[in-house]
Design a protein around this ligand. Structure first.
Ligand code: FPP
Length: 246
């Protein structure tokens, strides 16, 4: 249960590194793809809990720039799973007023997945509830690099000068520009690293690591992360005296 106190201090933006599908499958002597398939249900559970709790932004890391290095069969299996999941889930997300969007290098996705992402975005564009962003072929360094490239182009074109670049202008060129910065970053699966996820956006995030493997992550596990978040004092570089009682 989320306590009354917690409800007052919910994160506005939760980002999740969904790790542990492979180990979940190995423990059951199943192929890795079975672990990835089992990773769909927790996404549904987390989305529903966020809608229930009025959390307005959720971003999940589905496939990183580095995941292309995995065995070809696993990559193919993941791409097929994403297309199938998207086609299956988009209507229900739409009924729940969820706005679905994607970040990452879409130019490297196969045409089927690319089309499915565009269709899902178009269908849910006007929705005003939870903003669910799925990072596919995404890397934090890729995002920073493409922002720098775009700014350089604008300088060459004469529309800005180097002195115009400040944090706000830089952030406006990231693919996450429309999202608030991340309040709570969750990583499942026991590893304690950020793996090139939203580097700029997590500068002052609270981080919650759990050993629970992603396919076992439930709405109750999310509640535990929310409890942990609510108990923290966010100082953003200031002292605890300046910030006041937590
Ligand atoms: C990591 O587990 C998980 C991924 C590579 C992401 C795939 C996520 C899903 C299939 C969930 C569905 C998501 C959406 C948005 C449809 P891993 O393979 O790294 O696990 P391991 O560390 O145990 O090997």
């Amino acid at each position: 249960m989320v306590s009354r106190r917690t409800v007052k201090t919910l994160p506005g933006h939760i980002a999740i590194i969904m790790d542990g599908n492979g180990r979940w499958a190995r423990r059951r002597a199943l192929p890795r793809q079975a672990g990835h398939r089992a990773g769909i249900k927790p996404v549904r559970n987390v989305v529903h809990r966020c809608v229930e709790r009025n959390i307005h932004t959720l971003t999940v890391f589905a496939f990183s720039s580095e995941n292309w290095e995995r065995p070809v069969e696993e990559v193919k299996g993941l791409m097929t799973l994403f297309v199938d999941a998207l086609r299956r889930e988009v209507d229900e997300l739409h009924e729940n007023n969820v706005r679905l969007q994607f970040i990452g290098d879409r130019s490297v996705l196969n045409s089927e997945l690319c089309a499915a992402t565009v269709a899902a975005e178009e269908k849910t564009r006007e929705n005003t509830g939870l903003v669910l962003t799925v990072a596919v072929a995404y890397g934090g360094r890729w995002d920073l690099t493409q922002a720098a490239r775009e700014l350089a182009r604008e300088i060459v074109a004469g529309s800005i000068t180097p002195d115009d670049i400040d944090e706000d202008l830089f952030a406006a060129h990231l693919t996450t520009a429309s999202l608030p910065t991340v309040d709570l970053l969750i990583r499942t699966g026991g590893e304690k690293r950020v793996s090139n996820f939203l580097l700029w956006d997590i500068a002052y995030s609270e981080v919650y690591f759990t050993d629970v493997l992603w396919p076992d992550f439930t709405a109750t596990e999310l509640d535990q992360a929310l409890e942990s978040y609510a108990a923290r004092q966010r100082r953003f570089g200031r002292t605890s005296d300046q910030v006041g009682p937590s």
